[in-house]
Every structure is written in structure tokens, then in C-alpha cells.
Ligand binder design. Sequence first.
Ligand code: HEM
Length: 144
Amino acid sequence: MPSNLHPLFVHFPIALLLSYVALDWAGRIWKDRAFTQAAWYTLLLGLAGTLVTVITGLLVARGLPADSPALTTLNLHKSIGIATFVVFGLQAVCYARNRGTYTRGKQALHTVIQLIGVALLVTTGYFGGELVYTFGVGVSALLP
Ligand code: HEM
């Protein structure tokens, strides 16, 4: 398998999981089930994209030397990336059980979990960028 597949897939969780949250909020603000239904399918696609991203990330990380200065950042990126998958996966389970309609208390909890998911996703992307643009992980030397 080519070692540079991770950067190809990282865009899917970022775009789809953020779109899921936006569509879910649109459904609540305009009380339109069409948005809520679109949010559900976008969440499923986002989870599939995140799973592939996590797998390709784990594969590319195996090539990093044990004494690499990027190791701490890599471990943070990895843990937060996996946590992102777990948190959005949890939302899918809750969504399926409640069919996208929550009581007031559950709605508040759902929103808090969504915000935690978004924070984890953005932080994962940030540390991913650090790996490439600060530590040069996966980057060939610049040609003269
Ligand atoms: C939600 C899951 C994840 C997201 C959204 C994500 C996102 C990113 C992003 C945006 C980059 C920078 C790519 C670039 O600018 O070209 C990156 C790089 C990287 N990520 Fe992830 N990542 C995730 C999970 C993981 C996991 C679980 C690992 C396992 C250790 C990992 C390992 C790496 C490595 C080694 C790099 C640098 C080399 C490369 O880009 O191929 N990632 N990631």
C-alpha cells in the first residue's frame, strides 16, 4: 500500500463531520426533518471516512523512527484522532436510538458531545499539520 494515503483521506472526516454538525443544527433551528435526515447520512459517511483515516494514519506512523522529535506530537495526534472517532461513533449510536429527536435534557447533552467532537476533530487536524509542516513527517527534501 502506498505510504502517502493518509493526506488523501484526512479531508473526509474534517469536511463530513463538520457538515454533519451544521446540518443537525440547521434541522433544529428550522425544525426541518430533511436537514436532520441529511445530518444522519453525513455522519455515517463521516464515520466511514474517519475509520479509513485512522487506519491509514496508523499505517504511516509505523514508519516513524522511535527517536523522532515528532513522536510526542504524533502520539497526541493519534490519541485525539481515535477519540474523535469514538465520540462521533457514540453520537451515531445515540442518533439511531433516538431517531434524531431528543428530549430537552438529552438535546443539551447531545450538543455538548457534538462540541467536544468538533474540538477533538479540529485539534487532530492541527497536530496533523504540525507533523507535516513543523516536523516534516512524510515530506521529501525540497528540490533545489
Ligand atoms: C480523525 C482522524 C485523523 C485526522 C482528521 C487526521 C488529520 C491529519 C492531517 C490534517 C494531517 C496533515 C496532512 C497534510 O497536511 O498533508 C495528518 C498527518 C499525519 N497523521 Fe493524521 N489524522 C487522523 C488520525 C491519525 C491517526 C490515528 C494516526 C496514527 C498515528 C495519524 C498519523 C498521522 C501522520 C504520521 C501524519 C504525518 C504524515 C502524513 O501526512 O502522512 N493520523 N493527519
